[in-house]
Design a protein around this ligand. Structure first.
Ligand SMILES: [Cu+2]
Length: 267
């Protein structure tokens, strides 16, 4: 099949026989029906290498059938590709995903380093997610956008909020200090993914690609790895950047950008 789109951004066509799709990611593909008339399995497989613990009750393979017109009744006998499933829960590599309409990336005006971790609270034994020193929890009756709309500019300490007062290019260095990969999803923007890899990002050493890099809104930060993204802060609002594994959000892996607060309508 041919990948032509990722998270709403058209891509140069690239041939694959499998796509790793992390939570919140979207792809469009073209399947060329070039095989002999017959029935063929199409597989959606949960990559159990990405699980913390195995679930013996789970069948990780979901099957569908592609049936050619004129094919006989009955189940397909086609077999899976022999290539192994990834052990590391990574996205398609950056060199595979090149936007169809190229863009060059402007230099960053400001950079933020965000460290992602899970820490167990000694007293309660509860495992919480942290971005830097904040474990997010929801404000059930007074969400941040509602506060901003009322002219409030200081927020509850459970909210990690980065205020961006001007239209500028923002670079985020996301260091994943955790043993699991985390698919980080950004609201209100598409970011450029300049690089990801193992270990921590090292300024001046880690190579970043600024020539037509991948643009999308969800990128998986490798376990004990880093991801560097850039975006243009041009969309007024309170925008969440969060791991899209739902219980990781609930555990606290969420940061917000207070973008152009002087343009958020004060009622
Ligand atoms: Cu996560």
């Amino acid at each position: 099949m041919t990948v032509i789109e990722a998270d709403g951004v058209n891509m140069q066509p690239v041939q694959v026989n499998r796509i790793p799709i992390h939570v919140a990611q979207r792809y469009s593909v073209i399947v060329n029906a070039s095989q002999a008339v017959g029935n063929y399995w199409i597989r959606a497989v949960l990559n159990t290498n990405c699980f913390n613990v195995n679930n013996p009750a789970l069948n990780p393979t979901v099957l569908g059938v592609i049936q050619y017109e004129g094919a006989p009744a009955g189940n397909p006998s086609s077999t899976d590709w022999s290539t192994a499933y990834g052990l590391d829960c990574l996205d398609l590599t950056l060199d595979m995903l090149q936007p169809y309409i190229p863009q060059s990336v402007p230099d960053a005006d400001v950079q933020y380093v965000l460290d992602i971790s899970f820490q167990t609270i000694a007293a309660s034994h509860i495992n919480l997610g942290y971005i830097n020193s904040t474990s997010w929890s929801p404000l059930m009756s007074n969400p941040t956008l509602f506060s901003a709309n009322q002219g409030v500019s200081t927020f509850d300490p459970s909210q990690f909020i980065i205020t961006l007062n001007s239209t500028q290019v923002v670079e985020l260095v996301l260091n994943n200090l955790d043993e699991g990969a985390h698919p980080f999803h950004f609201h209100g923007h598409v970011f450029w993914v300049l690089g990801w890899g193992a270990g921590s990002y090292e300024p001046g050493k880690t190579q970043l690609n600024t020539t037509n890099p991948l643009r999308r809104d969800t990128s998986t930060i490798p376990a004990f790895g880093y991801t560097v993204v850039r975006f243009v802060n041009d969309n007024p609002g309170l925008w969440a950047l969060h791991c899209h594994i739902e219980w990781h959000v609930e555990a606290g892996l969420l940061v917000q950008f207070n973008s152009l607060p002087n343009q958020i309508k004060v009622s």
